[in-house]
Design a protein around this ligand. Structure first.
Ligand SMILES: *[C@@H]1O[C@H](CO)[C@@H](O)[C@H](O)[C@H]1NC(C)=O
Ligand SMILES: *[C@@H]1O[C@H](CO)[C@@H](O)[C@H](O)[C@H]1NC(C)=O
Ligand SMILES: *[C@@H]1O[C@H](CO)[C@@H](O)[C@H](O)[C@H]1NC(C)=O
Ligand SMILES: *[C@@H]1O[C@H](CO)[C@@H](O)[C@H](O)[C@H]1NC(C)=O
Ligand SMILES: *[C@@H]1O[C@H](CO)[C@@H](O)[C@H](O)[C@H]1NC(C)=O
Ligand SMILES: *[C@@H]1O[C@H](CO)[C@@H](O)[C@H](O)[C@H]1NC(C)=O
Length: 336
């Protein structure tokens, strides 16, 4: 009898996850000549992850062409400086941008990219966080470093958020504890076993799309390479059903992590740092690169960085059909 009573109480909680056929409508698009409108440029050295990098201001990014729209492809390029000779003890210029928009629970973001940064000492990410990290959480849709071959998807939160019973295609779970205070803030990471999810193979396959669903029922990430993008996404429709995407590559259901509690509206971020806490950690660096991260790569003429760029066709933001779960700001290229 007790068992039946609890079942009737908990059944409604289980249903939303089981249905999972939410329709999303596009509420914002960053693309083409206005791609960089509505992003703030960090404008300071990397004081966040101890990288040997200076995240330039918007005016330096523009004048030195570290953030620009390619006139042939009409796609956005976000890159590390590969033309300046950096002297020993100096840092190298690169870019970190974050949206002025804050995107709440009940949203999806889709990044369509043709190339992502890679190479020894390079640590790129396309990710999001709430302003008062770790409160409000962090969602890393795309991240890896050095000469790794696969994308890593990770959440970072306050203590108490775990990945429990995920419905995901990836079989490589690095950690299920999302707390920033566990495992040196490694977060709860899932690796994409698909070869085309990072590095040279991503570029050779002409990239693909990363789709992040930020829902009350859980957080999910899909990756589709160029030839396997579902038609409802590649057709540029302003609306799509999550049911069209199949099982995500990574999934963190609300059962182990109360999404509404651990996550608040997110700013989307692109950044590329150099060496630093993860990529520059000696043991991590040695997994795929030789030599000394800063001395042998950052210092010098910059030819190491010819592949250290994002090539982005668009970033689109969606909300549950009929709603706007994002606080959207009026957009223009940010002043310094
Ligand atoms: C980094 O610099 C910014 C801007 O000066 C400052 O607000 C922030 O507190 C610094 N962060 C850390 C971790 O030092
Ligand atoms: C996750 O685990 C895989 C398989 O063991 C490993 O190759 C990868 O480097 C790990 N990722 C991180 C970020 O440690
Ligand atoms: C693209 O993804 C499909 C589906 O997973 C896979 O069969 C194909 O080999 C991938 N292409 C490349 C170039 O990796
Ligand atoms: C690779 O990605 C495709 C979708 O593009 C997915 O169907 C497949 O399960 C993935 N393979 C692995 C090993 O994750
Ligand atoms: C989708 O939109 C992009 C950018 O506006 C364009 O390059 C592409 O050709 C469109 N694709 C389709 C199938 O309409
Ligand atoms: C810098 O890298 C770009 C590709 O990102 C390449 O087209 C360019 O030739 C490189 N510049 C130099 C000086 O090597």
């Amino acid at each position: 009898m007790m068992w039946q009573a609890s079942l009737s109480i908990f059944l409604p909680v289980l249903l939303p996850g089981a249905l999972a056929a939410t329709t999303y409508d596009m509420v914002k698009e960053f693309s083409g000549s206005t791609f960089f409108d509505g992003w703030n440029f960090y404008g300071k050295f990397d004081n966040l992850t101890n990288g040997d990098a200076i995240f330039v201001t918007s005016s330096v990014a523009k004048s030195s062409k570290l953030a620009y729209v390619d006139s042939t492809t009409n796609r956005a390029i976000i890159k590390v400086d590969n033309t300046t000779k950096v002297a020993l003890s100096d840092k190298r210029n690169t870019v970190r941008i974050s949206t002025q928009d804050e995107i709440g629970v009940g949203s999806v973001w889709i990044a369509d990219m043709y190339h992502v940064p890679y190479g020894c000492s390079v640590w790129p990410a396309f990710w999001s966080q709430a302003p008062n990290w770790p409160t409000g959480g962090e969602i890393d849709t795309f991240e890896h470093w050095n000469m790794e071959l696969h994308n890593e998807m990770t959440l970072h939160t306050n203590p108490g958020c775990q990945q429990v019973s995920p419905a995901q295609t990836s079989t490589v779970v690095n950690s299920t504890d999302c707390s920033f205070s566990s495992n040196s803030n490694a977060g709860c990471g899932v690796m994409d076993p698909n070869d085309s999810s990072y590095g040279a193979k991503f570029a050779a396959a002409q990239g693909g799309v990363f789709i992040t669903e930020f829902a009350e029922s859980g957080i999910s990430v899909w990756f589709f390479n160029r030839t396997s993008i579902p038609t409802s996404i590649s057709s540029n429709s302003s609306s799509f059903s999550i049911a069209d995407l199949g099982t995500p590559v990574a999934n963190w259901p609300t059962g182990g992590c109360a999404i509404d509690t651990f996550f608040k509206p997110q700013n989307l971020i692109f950044d590329i740092t150099l060496c630093g806490d993860a990529a520059g950690n000696k043991a991590v660096f040695a997994q795929t690169c030789s030599g000394i991260c800063y001395d042998d790569y950052v210092v010098g003429d910059g030819s190491n960085y010819n592949n250290a760029y994002f090539d982005v066709a668009s970033v689109r933001v969606y909300s549950v059909a009929g709603t706007t779960k994002a606080t959207l700001r009026p957009s223009s290229w940010a002043a310094d």
